[in-house]
Design a protein around this ligand. Structure first.
Ligand SMILES: N[C@@H](CCC(=O)N[C@@H](CS)C(=O)NCC(=O)O)C(=O)O
Length: 244
């Protein structure tokens, strides 16, 4: 059995989608990011970056401990290798998937994550954020353009449907909130609609939907917990959690 430490956000969905696609049994452990579950000593032990998703695979025990993996890209590769699905192991197909997976975790994800910050959360903080918001929206737009050109030549990012598509899809779902007209990227639109119609994807993005709160406002305590993190504040937060 796999434990999935999860919150219903695009990074969490990558893994719930993959688990559903592979038909693996898993147990969801909700991580309440607004309350600071990501700073508890137990969580930091498996996720030193204080971020979810994380998995613990109880079927793979090493030195009497089940293996744990943090970082969504690493988890996707692990699950793909475990099941032999969605990540071809022959060249050049394998390298194509790696390229697009790393493109997602190093580019599309972080840039879309910043767009999300400026659209959803920055209005809670004083100051003029317009330059920063535009900077990230432009970059998101550029990356959608990159996808669109590639998807003009093939159905999926790396050829066949793969972990690269599962990683990228969640970060396209919020296009409306980011004020993007997806019809301007007709190949991305076709790819998006195709992936969205997959039963496993639909099931994956439903996981934990009862605790989703995008766009519904965020409490002052949650804002304080989630933003303004720096090296010192993380240590303090972790210490506070240790005392409880
Ligand atoms: N590079 C990480 C990013 C994960 C990430 O940013 N997770 C966010 C939620 S989408 C998180 O756990 N945030 C907790 C916090 O900001 O304290 C991955 O791909 O797994």
């Amino acid at each position: 059995m796999i434990d999935l430490y999860y919150a219903p956000t695009p990074n969490g969905w990558k893994i719930s989608i993959m688990l559903e696609e592979c038909g693996l049994d898993y147990n969801v452990i909700l991580v309440n990011l607004g309350k600071g579950d990501q700073f508890t000593p137990e969580f930091l032990e498996i996720s030193p970056n204080n971020r979810m998703p994380v998995i613990v695979d109880h079927d793979r025990v090493i030195d009497k401990k089940p293996i744990s993996i943090f970082e969504s890209g690493a988890i996707l590769m692990y699950l793909a290798e475990k099941t032999g699905k969605f990540f071809p192991q022959t060249s050049p197909e394998k390298e194509r998937v790696m390229e697009w997976l790393f493109w997602q975790v190093g580019g599309l994800g972080p840039m879309a994550g910043q767009v999300s910050h400026f659209v959803n959360y920055a209005p809670n903080f004083p100051g003029d954020h317009s330059y920063s918001e535009k900077r990230y929206k432009d970059e998101y737009d550029r990356l959608l353009g990159v996808m669109d050109r590639v998807l003009d030549e093939r159905d999926y990012l790396a050829g066949d449907y793969s972990i690269a598509d599962m990683a990228s899809f969640p970060w396209v779902t919020a296009y409306k909130r980011y004020e993007v007209d997806l019809d301007l990227f007709s190949n991305v639109r076709r790819w998006f609609d195709d992936i969205k119609s997959r039963p496993a994807v639909r099931k994956g993005i439903e996981v934990g939907k009862e605790v989703r709160n995008f766009g519904k406002g965020i409490s002052k305590e949650s804002l304080k917990t989630m933003f303004g993190q720096d090296a010192k504040s993380i240590v303090e937060m972790a210490k506070a959690k240790e005392k409880k």
